[in-house]
Structure formats: C-alpha cells, structure tokens
Design a protein around this ligand. Structure first.
Ligand SMILES: NC(=O)c1ccc[n+]([C@@H]2O[C@H](COP(=O)([O-])OP(=O)(O)OC[C@H]3O[C@@H](n4cnc5c(N)ncnc54)[C@H](OP(=O)(O)O)[C@@H]3O)[C@@H](O)[C@H]2O)c1
Length: 272
C-alpha cells in the first residue's frame, strides 16, 4: 500500500495551491502528496507531475498522515462523515481550511479523538508567500504547533483565537483579492497616464511589493513611510488626498468588515 505524508481532500483552488507551495519549498515531494476530488480527470496534470491523485477519499485517508480538508463549507459534513471511519488516533492530524466551520463542529461530526486544526491560508501559498492564521482547541496544542511549522514553510503564520477565524478569512484570504484589485486599479490609472497595459501592471505590482516589503522588513507603520514620500504641496499628497476624498480607506475598511460579517454568518449557519 502506498503511503502519503499528506492527503489533500478537495483539491481545488486552495488545495492545489497548498500542494504546489509545499512541493516548491521542498517540504514534500509530489509523490508524498495525495490529491482527491470527485472529478479526478481534472487532476491529470498533477498526476503527470508525480502527485498521487484520484477520487477515493477513503484510500487517501488510509494512506495519509496529515489530512488537509479543502472543500466548500456546504460539502464538509458529508465528507467528514465519509472519512471518519478511517481516521486513526496517533496516526492522523486533520487540518481544515474550510471557511466558517468550527473545530467543535468538526469534532462533533467525526466523533474521533484525532487532533483537529483550522488554518486559513491564501492562494499565495502556491509561491510560499501565504499569510496563514491557525487555531485549535487547547488539547490540540501540539498538532497546532506542527501545523504552524508546516505553514511557516510556505509563508508567514499567526496563531489566533478561533473566534477570530472569520476575521482572518476577510483580512488574509479575501485580502489577497482586495490587494489584487487595488493593483489592477493602479495599473489602469497607469494606462490612462501613458503606459502600455503590461508595463503599467508590472510597475504597479512591483511598487506594491516594495511598499509591503518596507513594512514587513522595517516593521514601520505605513504613515511613517508615507511621510517620506509626501513633500509639502507635492504631487503625492495631492493624489493621496484625492483618493481619500473619494473614500479609498473607507472602501477598504467597509469591504473587510462586510467579508468578515459574511464569514461569521457562515459559521453561525453551520452551527444552527
Ligand atoms: N480559494 C481561497 O483563496 C481560499 C483560501 C482559504 C480558504 N479557502 C476555503 O477552502 C475551501 C475550498 O475553497 P476553493 O476556493 O479551493 O474551492 P474549490 O476550488 O471549489 O475547491 C473545492 C474542491 O473540493 C472538491 N470536492 C468537493 N466535494 C468533494 C468530496 N466529497 N471529495 C473530494 N473532493 C471534493 C471539488 O472538486 P469536485 O467537484 O471535482 O469534487 C473542488 O475541487 C472553501 O471552504 C474556502 O472557503 C479558500
């Protein structure tokens, strides 16, 4: 029987991004990862790269050690009921990246004493640049630390209280899309002032990378860095203030709050 270090059940957008990132960073070889989805023909390119791939979730759990569940929230209960019989204490750790489904709920469904960790990565995990928030119940502290070590190999991590997982979804997982849209908007502005689309996008994306690297590497506050760019009566402050008059910060804050509220509603619906 094959043995896999990691089985990713629900190998869609985030499941495949996790697999790609873990391999890219040398944590696992493709042959140590088993991927499943119901329509497994879509996994053919991954099979060709050497990953285990199929639609048999029970076999994946039987042969796996770290089990990462990455299906949509509406699909998780049926999946957990399906695989529960194959989960073994002392062998398996279950990591769920599913939005809005609590560790308590997962435990209630599986009715097994295997460690359960929740993780909220984003798709930049595929290139080792995720921001992943993690939580677990106190009894699963060891598994939580092991999971955090795994995700630290593919980005930065933050261990948080479970009540903040909805907020983590909004700020870090949805956040990736928010910053993408901000970069797209900047590049569209760039085209209007004379750059070709590809040039504008490259300039905007690299400028965004520079901005975030300054904050992450120097641990400075954004306003400290902004003060260095804004000359009195200068061009930067004029543009910045115009954006604020049009609600730039307010739009970002409202979007994040809206996403967090929706993530919290998903959680509540799941537990009703
Ligand atoms: N996308 C993100 O950036 C992101 C980030 C963090 C967390 N998440 C969370 O991760 C979860 C997945 O999101 P996603 O964007 O990756 O969705 P997705 O692309 O739709 O992936 C879900 C995958 O699960 C598979 N699946 C469904 N039922 C299954 C079953 N019974 N057994 C095996 N595979 C099954 C689906 O394929 P088949 O239909 O072929 O089975 C699909 O490929 C969601 O809960 C989401 O909230 C997503």
């Amino acid at each position: 029987m094959s043995h896999y270090e990691c089985a990713i059940i629900g190998a869609g957008n985030i499941g495949l991004a996790i697999a790609g990132g873990l391999v890219e960073k040398g944590i696992y070889t493709p042959g140590q990862i088993m991927l499943t989805r119901r329509h497994d023909k879509y996994l053919q390119p991954w099979r060709e790269k050497g990953y285990g791939a199929g639609s048999d979730n029970l076999a994946a759990v039987r042969q796996g050690a770290v089990i990462i569940v990455a299906v949509e929230p509406a699909q998780i209960d049926r999946l957990l009921e399906e695989i529960a019989g194959e989960l073994r204490e002392g062998r398996h750790t279950l990591i769920s990246v599913v939005t809005g489904v609590s560790t308590e709920h997962i435990r209630d469904v599986i009715k097994k004493d295997v460690p359960v960790v929740r993780a909220m990565p984003n798709t930049a995990i595929a290139i080792g640049q995720s921001m992943t928030c993690l939580c677990a119940q106190p009894a699963d502290r060891t598994a939580l630390e092991e999971a955090a070590r795994l995700f630290r190999a593919v980005g930065q991590t933050e261990i948080i209280d479970e009540e903040l997982m909805g907020s983590a979804t909004a700020l870090a997982a949805c956040g990736l899309a928010f910053f993408m849209r901000a970069i797209r908007a900047a590049s569209q502005g760039g085209v209007e002032i004379g750059f070709h689309a590809s040039q504008a996008l490259r300039i905007a994306a690299q400028t965004a990378r520079g901005a975030s690297s300054l904050l992450l590497e120097n641990k400075h506050h954004p306003e400290f860095e902004i003060d260095k760019v804004t000359t009195p009566r200068g061009v930067t402050i004029s543009g910045l203030n115009q954006m604020e008059h049009d609600g730039f910060s307010s739009a970002m804050i409202k979007g994040i709050v809206t996403s967090a509220e929706k993530a919290a509603r998903l959680h509540k619906k799941q537990n009703d």
